[in-house]
Write a protein that binds this ligand. Structure first.
Ligand SMILES: [Fe+2]
Length: 271
């Protein structure tokens, strides 16, 4: 008889334990902190492409510098989304089906800003996320948590003149993935922004404050700098919370400059 409370081992999961991952994450972090202390110019704002604890990216991360090309003229024309292109109801993920989804109703509100703090208006923002049980609706997600028939987990919004966006949704739960044994992602919402031309689509993730999984997650930790990580974490905002209806979070997205929000490379698997 094997132990009854140990989870079924997934044959695709690597044998590495969370402890092994933690120790690798800690070593990289200590080395980074020492280097920045000695030379603050070494501060990093973006994730490392070669980050060994993120096992599932080892064979597919880019190994060469990105090749910069001049965009074709057509690509320089901004996708000019207007408020008529996206229906206002698309930003409410809780009203897309006949019934109400299960879970904690939340509002996420923030602004999209450029590096000088100017609002970026008419930006198409797309979000996708797991449901309140940590389950995505797509087929690749097969872990045993229930699908919610009243929640698809996708939405769209356009920023207003002051760069503001807002989504009403359900707080997603953490979910397991196959990076290592007993690997769980902190709860997060995926964000995509189209930028100012067709070559600039950017993808990132928003997290929730105080998540106990931050220290254990190789995707979050692949951003070695704590200040850059903090920019991905929303803040609880009681002024966005509304009476007997939803709790509220604020999260601003900064597209350029030293305070830039971390963005994923296009070939990440968006786990
Ligand atoms: Fe995800």
């Amino acid at each position: 008889m094997t132990s009854t409370n140990s989870p079924k081992l997934d044959p695709l999961a690597t044998a590495d334990s969370q402890e092994t991952l933690n120790s690798e994450i800690q070593d990289i972090s200590t080395t980074y902190e020492q280097r920045v202390k000695a030379d603050p110019k070494q501060e990093e704002t973006q994730p490392r492409l070669n980050y060994p604890p993120y096992r599932s990216s080892l064979l597919r991360h880019p190994t060469k510098d990105l090749h910069h090309t001049d965009p074709e003229t057509i690509e320089l024309h901004s996708p000019a989304f207007g408020h008529r292109d996206v229906h206002q109801l698309e930003s409410d993920l809780t009203i897309q089906h006949n019934g109400e989804p299960l879970g904690e109703r939340i509002v996420i509100r923030g602004r999209v800003l450029d590096g000088n703090g100017r609002p970026v208006r008419n930006q198409l923002i797309e979000v996708w996320q797991a449901n309140a049980s940590g389950r995505y609706i797509h087929k690749r997600d097969q872990h045993p948590a229930p699908i919610d028939p009243n929640f698809s987990g996708v939405g769209r919004a356009i920023t207003g003149d002051d760069g503001t966006y807002e989504f009403t949704t359900i707080k997603p739960a953490p979910y397991p993935w196959k990076n290592h044994h007993n690997a769980w992602r902190p709860a997060h919402v995926h964000f995509s922004l189209f930028g100012t031309d067709f070559t600039q689509r950017m993808i990132t993730q928003m997290y929730f404050p105080g998540d106990p999984l931050f220290a254990l997650d190789p995707i979050y930790q692949s951003i070695t700098d704590q200040k850059a990580r903090d920019r991905l974490v929303a803040t609880y905002d009681h002024s966005i919370t509304s009476h007997e209806w939803n709790t509220g979070y604020r999260w601003d997205i900064i597209l350029t400059g030293s305070q830039q929000t971390w963005m994923e490379e296009e070939d990440h698997d968006h786990s």
